[in-house]
Design a binder for this molecule. Structure first.
Ligand SMILES: [Zn+2]
Ligand SMILES: [Zn+2]
Length: 195
């Protein structure tokens, strides 16, 4: 049974990039390739990057994708709705339920619209990389394209279906768990979403 390795790379605008790899085959995915791309490329020096995935199209989360692709040869992926919203191109346009392989692991795409129309969470075993859909103690900063109602619906219908032990790796700030957020995150108070 292979082991998963998760390395967090702190980027500009306090964005968290994650390099998630199969510790035995060293095949990896990069989640949220912002800037500076060099920092990501350096951290990915000893893995083979298969996929470079953006949780959504905000520049801080995707601005380094072409540089990371050029250096590592990984295939880029973003949800089609955010490719359209932010005029971004990619090798693959992601859709809900897509599965991509790296090493002995697979990453499953959960389309969780709200923060942006094409926001996604990426699930690897019991680890969820949630972008700005949910942060420890809050949610990502709202932007003109944020639809808060839709975001709460996505959290309720997609994230709350996962086991409570699921670890959450947000696009900003510290890692947390579903259990902890359901108990403590103010968004679950009075919002009509229940675990
Ligand atoms: Zn964002
Ligand atoms: Zn963000």
């Amino acid at each position: 049974m292979s082991k998963l390795s998760i390395v967090k790379v702190r980027l500009e605008r306090d964005v968290n990039c994650y390099i998630v790899s199969d510790a035995s085959t060293r095949e990896a995915i990069v989640i949220d390739p912002g800037q500076p791309a060099e920092k990501i490329i350096e951290q990915a020096g000893n893995v083979t990057v298969k996929h470079i995935l953006a949780t959504h199209g905000h520049p801080g989360h995707v601005g380094g994708k072409d540089d990371v692709k050029a250096a590592t040869g990984g295939q880029t992926g973003i949800h089609s709705a955010d490719a359209k919203q932010f005029l971004r191109s990619a090798d693959h346009y992601l859709a809900d339920g897509d599965e991509l392989e790296f090493g002995e692991f697979k990453v499953t795409v959960l389309h969780t619209p709200g923060h942006t129309p094409g926001s996604c969470c990426f699930l690897v075993a019991n680890h969820a990389f949630v972008g700005d859909t949910i942060l420890a103690g809050g949610i990502g900063k709202q932007s003109p394209e944020t639809d808060l109602r839709r975001q709460m619906m996505s959290i309720g219908t997609k994230l709350l279906r996962l086991p409570v032990s699921t670890a959450l790796y947000p696009g900003h700030g510290p890692a947390t768990s579903l259990e902890r957020e359901v108990a403590q995150n103010p968004i679950f108070r009075g919002a009509g979403v229940r675990a």
